[in-house]
Design a protein around this ligand. Structure first.
Ligand SMILES: [Zn+2]
Length: 442
């Protein structure tokens, strides 16, 4: 369109519409009134199915080819029929608004270039700001940062000025589930299921849980199952997602570390097996004789997930001294998270717990058995945690693992942990614990 015609059109538009305010629409079928004309959904509206035959459709008004962020309609259908709707629309705009919009369109390329270092552009839309009686179009640009840890929205005006910048999310889609929040297993609660991709499964950005027996699926990402009876297997899968995502976030907060791969968990296997291998955990529900409801025992889940981190950081073996280091670090990381030295205290049936890492074993007690010798490692780390606090101890563990590497053995534990200690400020208290545990006599 040539410039003179453009302004003529603007003039016509502005005279045709005198009101410049946002209009709120609310309509319900029970009013017996005809639905307003704005209520027919475009084919690309967002659609979400809910229980009880409800369906949400949501879309944004478009102006000048842009989707307008703060002008939206949300419509709810019940059994396929319009049932309720609410939204905000704007049907009149001034010349000055279109002039500003034109200016913004011209600058768009330059603005995108200017903000490119903020990561991946997730969304581009218009935002209409109200300044006294005037409406101002702003470009809303939503970026995912390069480390993929947060989403930030920038509002930019036609002079390429950033009007506002705010973090709008620190997780992707948040689903909802029913799970036990702690090891008391008192009463399940409604809990957030963070970072779900939103495909209706327990598939998240960092973690994916799937069942060996049945698909666990809900298009609206609501996973509420009963811990008893027929639904208990599905409940256990949700419990795994909830507990492990929490563990992974806790490690990220304490160490700034994310796994470099998606952790997969196959749940609801028969028997009592539980193990980790190359990015995947296999977790049984328990045979009812030696273990019961393994997925409800955070210490076991986190022990297995800790193996993923140890694998990523050190790639230690599963046998020999390297294997005992592997198991010792896994027990320690799980115990640091639950803040209890007992492992398997919820699911193990034959004793109050499977392992206790608060024991006076020293390096001189080594006997070559995988889990026995792992206790020398885990009890050392546990004593260190009591001395320097959890965050520092977990950081120290991760750094020690990095220095141990795939060939790590008991002899290389001291050089590795001493290197790590140097970076986390020299700790004489830690050396005292290491001496006491016999590590310097190797
Ligand atoms: Zn293990």
């Amino acid at each position: 369109m040539r410039r003179p015609y453009f302004f003529l059109l603007l003039f016509l538009l502005s005279t045709a519409c005198s009101q410049r305010a946002f209009k709120t629409i609310e309509w319900e079928a029970s009013s017996k009134q005809k639905p307003p004309s704005e209520l027919s959904a475009p084919h690309n509206a967002i659609q979400v199915s809910l229980p009880a035959s409800l369906e949400v459709k949501r879309w944004h008004q478009k102006i000048g080819g842009y989707k307008v962020k703060n002008l939206w309609i949300q419509k709810i259908n019940k059994r396929g029929k319009a049932y309720y709707a609410k939204g905000i629309v704007l049907d009149s705009l001034s010349v000055s608004f279109y002039t500003k919009l034109f200016l913004l369109k011209k600058k768009e390329k330059q603005i995108l270039h200017q903000l490119a270092s903020n990561g991946t552009l997730l969304e581009k839309s218009l935002f209409i700001a109200q300044k006294q009686s005037h409406l101002q179009p702003l470009l809303s640009l939503t970026y995912l940062d390069p480390q993929e840890t947060k989403v930030t929205e920038f509002l930019v005006d036609g002079h390429s000025q950033i009007i506002s910048q705010k973090e709008i999310s620190n997780h992707f889609i948040q689903g909802i589930g029913m799970a036990f929040e702690d090891s008391s297993l008192d009463q399940p609660s409604i809990v957030p299921l963070k970072y779900l991709k939103g495909d209706g499964h327990l598939h998240g950005k960092f973690l994916k849980v799937f069942s060996a027996t049945q698909p666990i699926q809900n298009p609206s990402n609501i996973f509420k199952y009963s811990p008893e009876g027929k639904e208990s297997k599905a409940f256990n899968s949700v419990q795994i997602y909830y507990t492990l995502q929490k563990f992974m976030d806790w490690l990220q907060q304490n160490t700034n570390t994310r796994l470099p791969f998606l952790l997969k968990v196959k749940a609801n296997l028969p028997g009592s097996k539980k193990f980790y291998f190359r990015g995947q955990i296999w977790i049984a529900d328990g045979d009812g004789k030696s273990y019961k409801n393994i997925p409800r025992d955070a210490s076991i889940l986190c022990h297995e997930a800790a193996h993923a981190y140890i694998d990523a950081i050190a790639h230690l073996p599963s046998e020999g001294e390297g294997g005992s280091l592997n198991e010792g670090f896994a027990d320690f990381l799980a115990a640091a998270f639950t803040n209890s030295p007992y492992l398997g205290n919820v699911a193990y049936l034959k004793a109050p717990f499977k392992r206790n890492i608060q024991v006076p074993l020293t390096v001189q007690d080594m006997n070559g058995h995988l889990y026995h010798d792992s206790l020398i490692v885990s009890s050392t780390l546990w004593d260190i945690k009591k001395q320097i606090g959890t965050p520092k101890a977990v950081q120290l563990a991760f750094q020690t693992l990095a220095y141990l590497g795939p060939n790590g053995n008991f002899k290389s534990f001291i050089p590795a942990i001493e290197r790590a200690m140097k970076e986390l400020t020299n700790q004489n208290d830690v050396k005292e614990i290491l001496r006491h545990k016999g590590w310097y006599e190797l």
